[in-house]
Design a protein around this ligand. Structure first.
Ligand SMILES: [Fe+2]
Ligand SMILES: [Fe+2]
Length: 188
């Protein structure tokens, strides 16, 4: 993985917000597949596995660590900026565990394993709900605090990795997802 480098906080915040918009698109797709399963249709596990591999490889490995760097800045800023930050680490840890568990289930579905439909639907719903809640909290409570520091031209050391799905050079391993995004979503 690339080494961290100093990036202007304003650019980091713009990237984090763009990530959230992209994640919301993917969570829509997960919700659609859960709805299909609830209606008795087979979910597209190839698509779901792509989504969950992206979430573990990009969201958990790049997005959350970048946020952690920003929150460290807040923790050392004004006392009111540090409020509630103690929850972030547990949230990120929980999300990483949920991502891994749901990714494994989608991988099993992709390789043709017999899965209980209810187990898939419950896990998909719980994952979407938890991540939506986490992102809303960050956008409403935490990101605005960081915006204030942007005015002070702070830099933050983050790994600026290529986004393998939404970046300029999508990776072929995410073919099924890229195809679905081109079909259904007006994203580029
Ligand atoms: Fe986060
Ligand atoms: Fe986030």
């Amino acid at each position: 993985m690339a080494a961290p480098r100093d990036i202007q906080l304003g650019d980091v915040m713009a990237a984090l917000r763009e990530d959230h918009r992209n994640f919301a698109v993917l969570l829509e797709l997960v919700t659609e597949e859960a709805t299909a399963a609830r209606q008795g249709r087979d979910p597209d596990f190839e698509l779901l596995a792509d989504i969950m591999h992206y979430m573990s490889g990009y969201s958990d490995a790049i997005h959350h660590p970048a946020e952690n760097r920003v929150y460290e800045l807040l923790a050392h800023s004004r006392a009111e900026d540090a409020l509630g930050l103690g929850r972030v680490e547990a949230d990120h840890r929980e999300l990483t565990a949920m991502t891994r568990e749901f990714r494994n289930l989608c991988d099993a579905g992709k390789s043709g394993a017999a899965l209980l439909r209810k187990r898939f639907v419950d896990m998909a719903d719980a994952y979407v709900e938890r991540l939506v809640e986490h992102m809303a909290w960050e956008e409403q409570e935490l990101f605005p605090r960081a915006d204030r520091l942007v005015l002070e031209s702070v830099e933050v050391a983050v790994v600026a990795a290529n986004d393998p799905v939404f970046g300029p050079k999508p990776e072929a391993t995410f073919d099924r997802l890229l195809e679905r995004l081109r079909e259904e979503v007006d994203w580029r």
